[in-house]
Design a protein around this ligand. Sequence first.
Ligand code: AMP
Ligand code: ZN
Length: 115
Amino acid sequence: MPSDCLFCRIIAGELPAAQVYSDDSVVAIRDIAPRAPTHILLLSRKHIASVREVGPEDHELIGKIFAAGAELARREGVATDGYRLVVNTGRNGGQTVDHLHVHLLGGRPMAWPPG
Ligand code: AMP
Ligand code: ZN
């Protein structure tokens, strides 16, 4: 685990976060700067810098992250109206934390295309 990784430190309990879900593969927290009424981050427990570094050994993990996102959307009451799962990747993708995470955004209509 990279000791300087923000999300690794949150997963390890070294930094505080509003955790809403945890299992053997995923930790979900509320985004500190929410962009929608529901804005949850699904963090991979395993440190993977971005989607670019995902390997075949991670395929089950990726499935679990998305399944947890769908379950949390139901729990948050945004599933029926719809929501967005977002994975920013690299500089042009707008990624600011180099630890694989999926944004769950819901509770309002989303524009398309994103900015
Ligand atoms: P991204 O820009 O896709 O890499 O997403 C990183 C997200 O992490 C942003 O939406 C930030 O608001 C969020 N964030 C940064 N620091 C924290 C923190 N300490 N706790 C919760 N969310 C954070
Ligand atoms: Zn990390």
